[in-house]
Design a protein around this ligand. Structure first.
Ligand SMILES: Nc1ncnc2c1ncn2[C@@H]1O[C@H](COP(=O)(O)OP(=O)(O)OP(=O)(O)O)[C@@H](O)[C@H]1O
Length: 574
């Protein structure tokens, strides 16, 4: 939690104001019982109506001031807590946006969402509470003790017994709930993960008749979370009545001992009433502190989870003075080896090849052979474990990631469609693209044929995830987005897989004609998609096992020959 306090600096003045008004509120609270004692002892007991009126007005004024101080302090506390929550959410979002895929893999999407929503809310709530209690409770406790002793030191002694009992009760709450709250957070992550998987994979689940199994999986996660939540509540259920019991017994003893004192004439009734109120205030301030102790562990667990993300060092480091990149003339992979975090086998081993400007390069290999990994390394989503990737003879690390991605475009294998219109989705590739440029990109991507038939054309709304589009339509939209901004290198990572052979061929022809001077890297499992490339790189188990044209590879590379013969007929091969 302390780690996050440094982000509170900008609220220093507001915090000061909140504490100031809360302190005023606490002092006014302490003044009221004193005035009440006066009214009873000097007004009521002596039948002095004038005195009752004058002190009564005073009490009313103080109560109004008290209310004003409470409203102002609550207003400021809310502003600080909500503002701080907003800052944390923005910082987390910015941080996660700058994460390399290493960090995204490490945390997982569900927990990152939870940390930005649920965890921040926990901190916000505790912050709001703490800002008021942190001043209210100590001032009331200390001031109340002083006032109570000044009225009757004998009666105040009762605190020496009640307070230690309350301390012990609070200690138990803290000790048992911290680990439980931590585990609750993890279980909430799990529940969200199951829910996310279920919602995104709902079609697959139905198709495989796995609804019952998934229901059970959700029930298990839900049950697990509930069980831990119940454990926490059991601790509270046990400890809170003890605290209330202590309070009530204290009052009974106070009245008993106080009544004897009044009877003896050693104490006035008004003072007894004031002492009772002070002791109640003191005990109440301890309850307030214990409430903080209940919520603080939970917020501490959340704060830890937030700090972990904020302090995470991204593995992809930006160079201090990045080189400029005006045109990508050449790409070279030299002895590149790459292991995924925790991976035992290299996903890429000793890959060496080069790609010249304007070339059409095909990358082929069986599923899991490392094709996507290879292009992710070029995009610098990950850094090579060893070996180097050069662009125009310079290490890829010499450029900023922004520069690199301004010159290279990637169409991922799974198209991502955002909610908005078709136009909005394509415009992500170039912010200021004109309508003509968008239509041109859609035409090259072979998407225009279906977009032009839609009632609203490029203004047609697409739902989140593109559920109102077919797989091939989504792929073509993603391709249009990738080619709308002019780049030096276009990477298509298995982006034609949902297209029929005719559209695939038409799309490749359009790319060749319209983007003739750009380098095109086409990753595919299909021979037909890459066989006309200027150069084909064949991968097997992360190793480059062949580089050349279709013809050359048919003579030299057995793996390629096997892939070809498994996909093409004798006539097509000939
Ligand atoms: N994020 C990841 N974390 C750990 N291992 C990964 C990750 N992504 C891929 N791998 C592993 O790296 C290897 C290469 O994966 P990659 O996605 O590059 O293969 P691919 O040839 O593109 O496969 P496909 O054609 O099925 O998309 C696989 O063994 C895969 O299990």
């Amino acid at each position: 939690m302390r780690k996050l306090f440094k982000y509170l600096k900008k609220y220093s003045f507001l915090i000061f104001l909140t504490l100031f008004f809360v302190t005023i509120q606490a002092i006014l609270n302490l003044y009221l019982p004193d005035l009440m004692a006066d009214i009873v002892d000097k007004g009521v007991a002596r039948g002095n109506v004038e005195y009752i009126w004058s002190v009564g007005w005073k009490m009313l004024g103080i109560t109004l001031l008290n209310i004003a101080a409470a409203v102002i302090s609550t207003f400021f506390a809310a502003r600080i807590a909500m503002g701080f929550g907003k800052d944390l959410r923005s910082m987390l979002f910015k941080k996660v946006m700058n994460f390399s895929l290493n960090e995204v893999d490490k945390y997982g999407v569900s927990t990152l969402i939870n940390r930005n929503t649920n965890d921040v809310t926990q901190i916000q709530n505790v912050m709001f509470m703490m800002l008021r209690i942190v001043a209210l409770a100590p001032v009331t406790a200390i001031g109340g003790t002083i006032m109570a002793i000044s009225k009757s030191p004998k009666l105040s002694m009762i605190l020496l017994v009640s307070l230690p009992i309350m301390f012990v009760a609070m200690f138990f709450i803290v000790k048992y709930t911290i680990p439980l709250f931590k585990s609750m957070q993890k279980k909430l992550d799990k529940l969200n993960r199951v829910l996310r998987e279920n919602l995104t994979g709902v079609r697959v689940i139905r198709a495989f008749a796995k609804t019952e199994y998934e229901k059970q999986r959700f029930e298990d996660a839900n049950e697990d979370l509930t069980r831990t939540a119940l454990k926490v509540n059991r601790v509270f259920a046990l400890v809170f009545p003890i605290i209330l019991l202590v309070m009530n017994i204290t009052i009974v003893f106070l009245i008993w001992i106080g009544a004897i004192q009044v009877d003896k004439g050693a104490l006035e009734v008004g003072n007894l009433m004031a002492v009772m109120q002070y002791i109640m205030q003191i005990m109440f301030s301890f309850i307030m502190i214990s409430v903080i102790f209940i919520f603080l562990p939970r917020a501490t667990a959340s704060a830890e989870r937030i700090s972990q993300v904020l302090d995470e060092e991204t593995k992809i480091k930006e160079i201090e003075i990045p080189k400029k990149l005006s045109n990508i003339e050449e790409i070279e992979f030299k002895d590149v080896v790459f292991y995924y975090e925790g991976g035992k086998e290299p996903a890429i081993s000793n890959a060496s090849f080069d790609i010249k400007k304007g070339e059409v390069v095909g990358i082929i290999g069986s599923s899991g052979s490392g094709k996507s990994t290879l292009v992710k390394l070029l995009m610098r989503f990950y850094d090579a474990t060893s070996g180097k990737i050069y662009i125009n003879g310079l290490d890829v690390k010499e450029f900023s990631q922004k520069t690199l991605r301004e010159r290279i475009s990637l169409t991922p294998s799974r198209p991502v469609i955002f909610s908005g219109t078709i136009e909005d989705n394509v415009r992500i590739g170039k912010k200021d693209a004109t309508e003509e440029e968008i239509i041109e990109a859609l035409k090259i991507a072979q998407a225009w044929e279906f977009v032009s038939k839609l009632p609203d054309g490029i203004k047609t709304k697409v739902s989140q995830g593109g559920t109102n589009l077919s797989g091939g339509q989504k792929q073509r939209l993603a391709i249009a987005r990738a080619i709308v901004g002019k780049k030096d290198v276009y990477i298509f990572d298995d982006s034609f897989s949902a297209l029929d052979f005719r559209t695939d061929a038409k799309l490749r022809r359009a790319l060749r004609e319209k983007l003739f001077d750009a380098t095109k890297i086409i990753v595919s499992l299909r021979v037909a998609t890459v066989m006309n490339a200027d150069k084909i790189i064949v991968l097997e188990n992360g190793k480059v096992v062949g580089i050349g044209t279709h013809k050359e590879l048919m003579n030299t590379c057995t793996v390629y020959k096997e892939i070809v013969s498994s996909q093409l007929s004798e006539e097509e091969i000939a």
